[in-house]
Design a binder for this molecule. Structure first.
Ligand code: NDP
Length: 301
């Protein structure tokens, strides 16, 4: 039996979307501005197509303008960069997202860094990475932003808490650590070469797992009462559901961790839904900043 509070990411994300929608409605009514998000997809990766469809649908649901550019697999770098230049110059577009991964012949760094940093709603542009690291106003990557929102809700102030981030990727682990540092946590980043990782996690008031290894973080790694945020999305075999069936699990062994933790996010239904909600929040923030209007409360880092 789980003793931890289960953090309901679906409900949390719905609440974020409601706040975004309310702010968008005010922007339209008072300032006659409609925030616009452009999503660029190159190639035909089925998982990416699902994400892009879902992003477009939710963008429209909160009252924003959604534009999708689907380009063929063989699109050249020159063509893609030209499209980004066009979107950068379009005043009706406040957020631009290039769905990753890109086909191998395209240089991801070059492409991402062509996006106007003010419209970089994924927060991957080198200028936003640097701004986040130096404590300046930045566009912040969506998944870590979602985790931060849930942690702030759970703890109020995070100042002085020991936080361990397992994973050091550019899209989750590193920006997550920067955000926690910015909220005055004492931050440790663990990775594949970390020694005594269990012991390090056991000292943490907050554990964020972003590893990509199914159920790696066990209950006996967790300090009693700690908050556990599981970013991982892994598909594993589920013979109990029938031959050839699979199910989604996180990087945390939920059943054992939930016995010890104070609060924990499930997979699915935890961090996952927050990512698109934060993309919408970032688009709204980018729109407000570009018009010199106040930023939405509680939706930024
Ligand atoms: P990456 O593969 O880019 O990074 C994984 C990190 O985990 C690396 O830093 C790696 O260390 C570290 N790692 C790997 N094995 C171990 C180990 N045995 N012990 C400790 N650390 C280890 O993954 P991402 O950051 O992109 O994603 C992480 C997970 O989050 C994945 O499951 C992904 O699907 C999920 N995800 C979920 C999102 C959501 O919306 N909920 C969004 C993005 C990702 P090293 O650097 O040393 O190799």
């Amino acid at each position: 039996m789980a003793s931890a509070q289960i953090i309901d990411g679906k409900a949390f994300a719905a609440n974020v979307r409601e706040k975004v929608a309310a702010h968008v409605a005010r922007l339209k009514e008072v300032h006659h501005i409609t925030p616009g998000l452009a999503v660029v997809l190159v190639g035909e990766d089925p998982a990416s197509e699902v994400y892009v469809r879902s992003k477009g649908k939710q963008t429209v649901e909160v009252g924003m303008k959604s534009v999708e550019h689907k380009l063929p697999e063989q699109t050249s770098e020159t063509e893609l960069l030209a499209l980004l230049d066009q979107l950068n110059a379009d005043p009706s577009i406040h957020g631009i997202l290039v769905q990753l991964p890109l086909p191998k012949h395209l240089n991801e760094d070059l492409v991402i860094n062509r996006i106007d940093p003010a419209k970089d709603v994924d927060g991957f542009h080198i200028s936003n990475v640097g701004r986040l690291a130096t404590g300046q106003k930045a566009m912040v990557p969506c998944t870590p932003l979602g985790c931060l929102m849930m942690l702030r809700e759970q703890h109020g102030s995070l100042a002085g808490l020991n936080a361990v981030v397992v994973g050091r990727s550019n899209i989750v682990g590193k920006p997550m650590a920067q955000l926690l540092l910015r909220d005055s946590c004492t931050v440790t980043i663990a990775h594949s070469r970390t020694k005594d990782i269990e012991e390090i996690c056991r000292r943490a008031d907050i554990v964020v797992a972003a590893v990509g290894r199914p159920q790696m973080v066990h209950g006996d790694w967790i300090k009693p009462g700690a908050t556990v945020i599981d970013v991982g999305i892994n598909r594993i075999d589920a013979p109990e559901k029938g031959a050839g069936k699979t199910r989604l699990v996180g990087d945390v062994d939920f059943d054992s961790a939930a016995q010890v933790a104070g609060a924990i996010t499930p997979v699915p239904g935890g961090v996952g839904p927050m990512t698109i909600a934060c993309l919408l929040a970032n688009t709204l923030t980018a729109c407000c900043r570009s018009h010199g209007l106040p930023e939405p409360d509680g939706l930024t880092a």
